[in-house]
Design a protein around this ligand. Sequence first.
Ligand code: GDP
Ligand code: MG
Length: 441
Amino acid sequence: TLSDRLAETFKNLRTKGKLSAADVDGTVREIRRALLDADVALEVVKEFTGKVRERALSDEVNRALNPAQQVVQIVNEELVAILGGQQRRLQFAKNPPTVIMLAGLQGAGKTTLAGKLAKHLAKEGHTPLLVAADLQRPNAVNQLQVVGTQAGVDVFAPEPGNGVGDPVKVAKDAVKHAERTQHDTVIIDTAGRLGVDAELMKQAGNIRKATNPDEVLFVIDAMIGQDAVATAKAFQDGVDFTGVVLSKLDGDARGGAALSVASVTGRPIIFASTGEGLDDFEAFHPDRMASRILDLGDILTLIEQAQTAFDEEEALKVAEKLASESFTLEDFLGQMQQLKGAGSIKKMLGMLPGAGAMRQQLDQFDEKELTRTEAIIQSMTPAERRNHKLLNGSRRLRIARGSGMTVTDVNQLIARFEQAAKMMKTVARGGMPQIPGMGPI
Ligand code: GDP
Ligand code: MG
C-alpha cells in the first residue's frame, strides 16, 4: 500500500533535518503513483502533485510534525479541500417546492438514487414527489414507480397511452402538481445514454430550463475510472450541475473518480451511494474519501496522534527553561515518563527525520532504562534534582546505594542528562525539533 511505500521513503529521510527538493519529489512520486492507482485522471494528478510540491517546499511549518509527515499532511489537506472541504448539505428553496433534478449516464444510478433521496427526505419530515422524466427506456417509468412504492412516496408519471411523452412537459407539470398537492420537494429522474449524447444533453438542459431546479445532481458511477473527467465535463457543459453524487462506492473502486470530478468541475460531492438498497446512501465525507483514495489510513492515524500528543504549552515551558538554562533532572525524568506514556511513540520515532544526536538517544530508549532512571533520580534529594552540579562523588555513591544501582550507572545517567541539556540548549536557540508527546528532549 501507499502507507508502506511512504514509510519506506520516510526511512530514507531519517538522517536529514529539513526536507530537500529531492526528498519532496520522492514523497510526491509515491503519492502520484497512488493517485494513478486509484484511477484519478492524469491531468488532475499532475495539477495536484504540482500544488503539493509547491506547498511542501514553501516555508510553512507545522511544529508538531516532522517534515515527511508534513508532506503527507499537505497532501491530505489538499485532497480534502478539492473534495469540497466541509460536508455540503442539500439546498432547499425558500418557497417550496424544492426542485432536485438528477442527471447522468444510463446505469449511473439515478433512479436508484431518486428512491434513496426520497426515502431519506421523507424520514426527515419532507413530502417528496418522484417525477418520471425518463421516457427513453420502456421500463424506466415502471422502475421509478417500484422505487417510489419501496420508499413510500408519491410518483408523478405521464398518463399511459399518450404515445411517447415529452419529458420536459412532464417535469414542468410535475412541479405545478407538487405546488397544488403540497409536496415540498420534487425529485426529477431523467434519461441517460450509455455514452455522452447531444440529444440527451439538450433534453436535460431543457428540463433544467423549464423547472429551474434548486439542485441539479450529477450522478456518476465511482467505477467509471479514467472516463470520469470527460463525462463530467460533458455534463457540466451540457446541463451544468450544482452537486455530484458518487454511486457504487460499495464496489472496490478506490474513488479516484471523486477527485477527478471535483477537481475538474469545482462542484461539491454531496452524497455517496453504497449499494442497491434504498438505505445504502450517505452524506459524502471529504476526509474519509481522501484517505480512501490515498489508502493512507495508518500514516494519517500516526499524524493525528502526533498532533494530539503535541502540547504546545508544554513545549513552550520547556523552551523557556532551556533558554534560562534551568532544565533539571526532574524535567528530564518528566520527559522520559511522557515518552513511556505515548504508546505508539516507537513507531512514530521510526518516522522522524530528526537531529542525529537526538535520534541516537531516542533509538536507544527503552523501558528498562526508564525504570533505572526513575530509580536513580528518585534517590536524589530535591535540591540535587534541581541542581545536578551538587552531585559530587559521595552524593553519587549514596544515590547508587539508595537506588540499587552502581556508581557507574549514576555517572552515566548524569552524563546523558548533561548531554541532553546541552543539546536542548543548542536546539532551543536554533528552533526546536518537535517530538510527538514529549516536546524536545
Ligand atoms: P440509472 O440508469 O442512472 O437510473 O441507474 P439505475 O438507478 O437504474 O441503476 C443501475 C444499476 O445499478 C441498478 O442495477 C442498480 O441496482 C445499481 N445501483 C445503483 N446504485 C448502486 C450503488 O450504489 N451500488 C450498487 N452496488 N449498485 C447500484
Ligand atoms: Mg434510470
